[in-house]
Design a protein around this ligand. Structure first.
Ligand code: TYD
Length: 210
């Protein structure tokens, strides 16, 4: 049974897709129009999930298996969903989360090569019925994103995974957008940030009018 009342919005994209900048712009916009919104991120967003995040992203954890990685993301998700996202939605808040389930599909299934069904199964435990109402995919290729960003962060285990990995993540997102057209919108994310945000705004306004 779906008990939530507020809207749940997730932001997705490859490294350097401009998600964080757009998220800040969205925060300002929602405040301006008087929408009570809470912004959070994954992995993390609660003290326990932030601890799990530091294990996942630690550059010294190169021996981590793909399965361990997928389960840790799901564990962090189980925590933030129950401790934070569901209570906020039940309280009528709009929740905006930087990354969520589609990151696990794109990174752990499409790019790492774990089975899609395995990711769906562990995450159905983690998410319960908490699926996003709207997912904004910031569509920019990894080449273009890294060019704009000036390269990958040296101490981030995932960013250091190489361009072939990030291209697979990108293709994963494109497949997900085809698979879930009722939920995922693709936003062309090359070019001027105000123009990109005007595209985001159209989708947000559409959702809030629903
Ligand atoms: P972060 O520094 O927050 O990246 P970004 O600023 O690009 O969002 O690190 C999160 C990393 O974790 C990022 O490389 C994507 C990855 N990730 C997964 O592989 N699976 C997941 O389920 C989630 C939520 C994130």
């Amino acid at each position: 049974m779906q008990t939530k009342r507020g809207y749940f919005i997730t932001l997705e994209g490859c490294e350097g897709s401009g998600k964080s900048t757009q998220s800040e712009m969205l925060k300002k916009y929602l405040a301006e129009i008087g929408v009570n919104a809470v912004f959070t991120r994954e992995p993390g967003g609660t003290p326990i999930a932030e601890k799990i995040r530091s294990i996942i992203l630690d550059g010294n954890n190169g021996a981590m298996t793909d399965e361990t990685e997928a389960l840790l993301y799901a564990a962090a998700r189980a925590q933030i969903v129950k401790e934070k996202i569901l209570p906020l939605l039940c309280d009528g808040k709009v929740v905006v989360c930087d990354r969520y389930i589609d990151s696990s599909f794109a990174y752990q299934a499409y790019a790492r090569g774990l089975s899609y069904d395995f990711i769906a199964e562990i995450n159905s435990v983690a998410m319960k019925t908490c699926m996003p109402d709207l997912t904004i995919f910031f569509d920019i290729t990894p080449e273009a994103a890294f060019r704009r960003k000036g390269g990958a962060d040296a101490d981030d285990r995932i960013e250091q995974s190489g361009i072939a990995f990030h291209n697979a993540v990108y293709r994963g997102y494109k497949s997900l957008a085809k698979k879930f057209p009722e939920r995922i919108v693709e936003i062309d994310s090359e070019g001027d940030i105000d123009e990109i945000f005007s595209r985001v705004k159209i989708e947000i306004d559409k959702l809030l009018r629903r």
